[in-house]
Design a protein around this ligand. Structure first.
Ligand code: FAD
Length: 433
């Protein structure tokens, strides 16, 4: 890499940071990643990718898409290849296990696309060249990012600093970069807020799941709806494992916003789902006795007014952390990365020096705000629709179906190539002004 090439610092090495680093490196840019952990790491849980995110992976880089293809798992029944989820009546107490009433089905061009998070990240990490990532670097603050041509300074908790020409905040739901941008930890919007939902997660060996629930329920994406709770299951690891996420709504506050997970006992899950039917109870039977309970926080209240400030820009959950009810948060991070990578690879950005980065970040923010922040809002609404608590809808299945279909199609139909064209045209306008 030539010494005079501008350096782009990425703060955070989760899905957003790693995908963006690869996409920028593939476009010949000079990237340094600063990650607070001692190594790359993801949790052992499943994550689903919608069609728009698959298109975005291809736009980021063919080798990211190839890493995804290595680990992706679809519904196992040939007749369910295009099914995203079957939505079933989790409250159905009259049917036998595995025979819940089917309420409706949502389909799309790729159906369910799920991966084991840690395995997907492992595949992508192999694509990041040595020497790019600096571990144990917790960003505290940023200096000299607004105005002037000098380097931006990143200050880390260990007392060290680094310099860069531009900074991309990929530091997730509790982003320091977001708090920095808004002017402090206590400013509204700096911290994520509790959605009053939490989730238990589990990974069940597929044979055990098939024995308990039958082939169709274990091997294909299922959403079990009910009052104040819903459980989704889908296959991961090429069908050898069934992923479980069981959501419940509460009026209680989350006890400690510093920790978004808490240990829980299986008895609590039984209590939360006591009014559900036998299929749901069978799923809970298969969870471990000691569970992790995940608080669902998001940035729906006081969303950031812009993703950019000077030569710093927020990507992924740092800008727009969403509840997971659309299964599209990580996919949106990948869309972000595809658009940012093509903006930063545009020669006009480099010709304009510091002003070029500012313009690229302004174009990115202007073009991404509506779609990404709308996801955060509609995801909350989806969670309530699944739990028969959405205002004006309740347990009206026809209305739930109609609204879920429309909201999901809005996400799935996103065409990354068009988004990139729009962002580049916005960039050209900003640079001309
Ligand atoms: P993160 O994954 O949070 O990564 C941030 C990184 O930054 C971490 O490595 C962290 O260590 C590092 N970092 C943080 N602070 C600092 C700092 N100050 N200095 C340096 N490094 C720092 N999305 C989907 O698309 N499909 C799904 O099925 C899905 N399911 C989900 C289920 C649940 C229960 C939840 C909670 C979320 C789900 N999501 C899903 C959303 C998805 O997980 C997130 O959108 C995505 O992981 C965000 O990636 P990120 O890289 O932006 O942030």
């Amino acid at each position: 890499m030539a010494a005079d090439k501008p350096t782009i610092a990425i703060v955070g090495g989760g899905i957003s940071g790693v995908v963006l680093a690869i996409a920028l490196i593939r476009r010949g840019l000079n990237v340094q990643v600063y990650e607070q952990a001692h190594a790359f790491g993801e949790i052992g849980a499943g994550v689903a990718f919608s069609p728009n995110s698959v298109r975005a992976m291809q736009a980021c880089s063919p080798d990211i898409y190839a890493a995804f293809e290595e680990v992706v798992t679809h519904n196992q029944s040939p007749s369910k290849k295009k099914v995203w989820f079957d939505f079933q009546d989790g409250y159905d107490k009259d049917s036998k296990v595995g025979e819940e009433k089917l309420l409706f089905t949502l389909t799309n061009e790729y159906g369910a696309n799920s991966v084991h998070r840690a395995h997907f990240l492992d595949g992508m990490v192999k694509l990041v060249p040595e020497g790019v990532t600096h571990f144990k670097k917790h960003l505290d603050t940023i200096e000299n990012a607004t105005g002037g041509e000098g380097k931006v300074t990143l200050k880390f908790h260990d007392g060290t600093t680094a310099e860069a020409d531009a900074v991309l905040g990929c530091d997730g739901i509790k982003a320091r970069t977001r708090a920095w941008m808004l002017g402090g930890d206590d400013v509204p919007g700096a911290a994520p807020v509790y959605t009053h939902k939490y989730a238990y997660r589990g990974l069940i060996p597929m044979q055990r799941a098939v024995d308990a629930l039958g082939d169709d329920n274990a091997k294909n994406g299922k959403m079990h709806l009910g009052k104040d709770g819903h459980i989704l299951t889908f296959p991961v690891d090429h069908g050898s494992v069934m992923n479980v996420v069981a959501f419940h709504t509460t009026s209680d506050e989350w006890p400690d916003a510093k920790h978004l997970t808490m240990p829980a006992k299986k008895e609590q899950a039984y209590e939360d789902f006591k009014d559900f039917g036998p299929t749901v109870h069978k799923i809970i039977d298969m969870l471990e006795p000691e569970l992790d309970c995940w608080a669902i926080f998001d940035t729906a209240v006081d969303p950031v007014p812009a993703y950019n400030k000077g030569r710093v820009c927020l990507i992924g959950d740092a800008g727009h952390a969403t509840s997971p009810h659309h299964g599209a948060g990580a996919g949106m991070c990948i869309e972000d990365a595809a658009i940012m990578a093509d903006l930063l690879a545009d020669p006009s950005v480099h010709e304009a020096g510091a002003k070029g980065f500012e313009a690229a970040f302004q174009a990115y923010s202007d073009c991404r705000k509506e779609r990404t922040q709308s996801l955060v809002q509609t995801s909350r609404r989806s969670g309530d629709l699944y739990e028969w608590r959405a205002e004006g809808v309740g347990a009206d299945i026809e209305k739930i179906h109609k609204e879920c279909k429309a909201m999901n199609e809005q996400i799935w139909n996103g065409q990354v190539d068009e988004m990139i064209r729009e962002a580049k045209s916005c960039l050209a306008t900003i640079l001309k002004a």
